[in-house]
Design a protein around this ligand. Structure first.
Ligand code: NAP
Length: 443
C-alpha cells in the first residue's frame, strides 16, 4: 500500500496501474457479531466510537464493470451514523439480500461491513468492460449502485429495482484505503481541491441537487422562497448554496448564532435560529401545536416581506414535518429525503389537499444528477463545506460528532493521504475560490 500511496503523492499517476493490488487493506467497519450491542438503549446514547473499528480486511475480487480505487480521503455521512448505531435496521440485512442476487454479489455478504459513501482517490484497476476510466485517473465517486438489468431503471436510474447506496447497502465502502465501486460511480476529481475537500460534497451535494434543483425533485426556479432545515448541516449547506446561485430566496433554519454566522457567510440573509425562537411543534408525544406552526409561518413572512414558502427542503422528519406542510404556500412543494428525528410523520392533511400542496419523496441522485452536482463543484459554483478533518483511527469520534449534531457542514477523513492539503492540481483556480473553500474550516 505504501508504494501506491508514494506514487500518488509523487504525482506518478501513470505508474499506479503497474503496481500490485495489495491482498488486504485498512478499513472502517462494523461487525455482524456486534449488531445487537446497543439493543434497548435510547438512540442518542448509542455511541459510534464503540461500534466502528479500523481493521485489515481482504481485498475483494474485481468484477466486470467495476474499479478498485486507492482512496486518499473520504467523509462521514449520516448513513455511517445509521450503520454504526444499527438503526433503523442493521445494515447486515442489506448485505445478505444483495449477496443473494448473483455469484458476484455474494462477495458483499460478510461478517463485517466496510462503510463510507464518499471518496476521492486514484483508480488502481478496472474490471472487464470498463473503457471510460483507467488506472491513474484522479476521481471522486458518487454512491449510487445499480444493476440496470430491469427496464424500470432505464429512464431514471434511481428507479432501478436493484438500486443501492454504496457503502451503506453494499460492502467495500469509501472509509478505507481501497474501495470497490462500479465504474459508473466514477466522476473526475475537481483539480482545485485537496483530496479531503474533493471527498466531502459527493453524497450530500448530489442529494441536494436532485431534491431541490432536478425535475425529479422540486425543480426550483428563480425567485422561489425555499425553507431549508438544517441549513448549515451536510445537506443544508449545499441546498443553501444551490438556492443562492439559482436565484432563489433561501430561508435558512439553524440552531445557534454560530450556525447562523456560517450560513450568513454563504450569502444567506433570511435566517431563523430555531433554538432562539424556541419552537415547540409537539405538545406531547402524540399531539402537535398548530399555533407553533403559525408562529413559524409568521416569522417566515416577516423575513420575506410577506411571501410564503414555495419549497420546503425537508429531512428532520417527525419533529418538523407538520410545520413544513403548514408553511408551504398554496400549490407549494414539500420535498423530503429523510426522517432523522423519526419516520412516522404526522401532519394536518387539510392544509395539504385544500391548498393543493405536493409532497415529493427524493432519494440520492442518478448518475446524471450526481455528475451535474460534481460539475458545479468543479466549476467553482458550489464549494465544499468541510469543517473538520479526522484521521481514520478517529472516525468513531467523527461519526459521534455528526450523531450528536456537534459538527458543521461536512467532516472529512484522511485515508491514504498522510496530511491535509494534498492533491491540488490547479493552484490558479484554487486561489480564485480560496475564501469560499475555507468558509467552514475550523468553525
Ligand atoms: P447533518 O449534517 O447532521 O445535518 C442535519 C441538520 O438537521 C442538523 O445540522 C440540524 O441543524 C438539523 N436538525 C437536527 N435535528 C433537528 C430538529 N429536531 N429540527 C430541525 N432541524 C434539525 O445531516 P445531513 O447529512 O444533512 O443528513 C440529514 C438527514 O438526511 C439524515 O437523516 C441522513 O441520513 C439523510 N440523508 C438522506 C439522503 C438520501 O439520499 N435519502 C442523503 C443524505 C442524507 P440545526 O441544529 O442547525 O437546526
Amino acid at each position: 500500500m505504501n508504494e501506491i500511496r508514494d506514487a500518488i503523492l509523487a504525482g506518478q499517476f501513470d505508474a499506479v496501474g503497474g503496481l500490485a493490488v495489495p491482498e488486504s487493506y485498512r478499513a472502517v467497519l462494523v461487525r455482524k457479531d456486534e449488531q445487537d450491542m446497543f439493543e434497548g438503549m435510547p438512540t442518542k446514547e448509542k455511541d459510534p466510537r464503540k461500534s466502528l473499528h479500523v481493521e485489515e480486511v481482504p481485498t475483494p475480487e474485481l468484477g466486470p464493470g467495476e474499479a478498485i480505487v486507492a482512496v486518499m480521503a473520504s467523509s462521514v455521512n449520516y448513513n455511517t451514523v445509521w450503520t454504526s448505531i444499527f438503526e433503523p435496521v442493521s445494515t447486515f440485512g442489506f448485505l445478505e439480500r444483495y449477496g443473494k442476487l448473483s455469484e458476484l454479489t455474494k462477495r458483499h455478504d460478510l461478517p463485517y461491513h466496510v462503510v463510507g459513501s464518499d471518496l476521492a482517490g486514484v483508480v488502481l484497476r478496472v474490471g472487464p468492460g470498463v473503457n471510460k476510466w483507467k488506472p491513474g485517473d484522479e476521481v471522486v465517486a458518487h454512491c449510487l449502485s445499480v444493476e440496470l438489468e430491469d427496464p424500470a431503471g432505464h429512464d431514471d436510474t434511481m428507479m432501478d429495482p436493484q438500486q443501492r447506496i454504496w457503502g451503506f447497502e453494499t460492502n467495500f465502502g469509501g472509509l478505507a484505503d481501497l474501495a470497490l465501486v462500479k465504474s459508473n460511480q466514477l466522476m473526475p476529481k475537481p483539480a482545485h481541491l485537496s483530496w479531503e475537500e474533493a471527498a466531502a460534497p459527493g453524497l450530500v451535494n448530489s442529494t441536494a441537487y436532485r431534491q431541490l434543483v432536478s425535475h425529479n425533485g422540486a425543480n426550483m426556479k428563480q425567485g422561489d422562497v425555499v425553507l431549508i432545515w438544517g441549513a448549515s448541516g451536510g445537506l443544508g449547506s449545499y441546498a443553501t448554496q444551490m438556492a443562492l446561485n439559482g436565484g432563489a430566496i433561501p430561508v435558512c433554519v439553524v440552531s445557534s448564532p454560530e450556525k447562523a454566522g456560517i450560513v450568513r457567510s454563504l450569502g444567506a440573509e433570511l435566517i431563523i435560529d430555531r433554538s432562539e425562537e424556541g419552537y415547540q411543534f409537539w405538545k406531547d408525544e402524540n399531539n402537535q401545536d398548530p399555533k407553533e406552526w403559525q408562529r413559524l409561518g409568521k416569522k417566515i413572512r416577516e423575513l420575506t416581506g410577506g411571501d410564503d414558502v414555495d419549497i420546503v427542503f425537508e429531512h428532520p422528519g417527525r419533529d418538523t414535518f407538520g410545520a413544513s406542510v403548514y408553511v408551504a404556500k398554496k400549490g407549494g412543494t414539500i420535498v423530503t429525503c429523510a426522517s432523522t428525528t423519526g419516520y412516522m410523520h404526522q401532519f394536518d392533511n387539510r392544509y395539504l389537499w385544500m391548498n393543493l400542496k405536493r409532497i415529493i419523496g427524493s432519494h440520492f441522485a442518478n448518475y446524471k444528477e450526481a455528475w451535474e452536482a460534481n460539475r458545479l463543484i468543479d466549476r467553482g459554483l458550489i464549494h465544499p463545506t468541510l469543517s473538520k478533518v479526522y484521521s481514520m483511527e478517529d472516525v468513531g469520534q467523527a461519526a459521534y460528532d455528526v450523531h450528536r449534531n456537534l459538527h458543521q457542514g461536512k467532516v472529512g477523513v484522511l485515508t491514504l493521504a498522510p496530511e491535509e492539503g494534498l492533491g491540488v492540481r490547479d493552484q490558479e483556480k484554487r486561489e480564485k475560490h480560496l475564501t469560499a473553500i475555507n468558509r467552514f474550516r475550523g468553525v
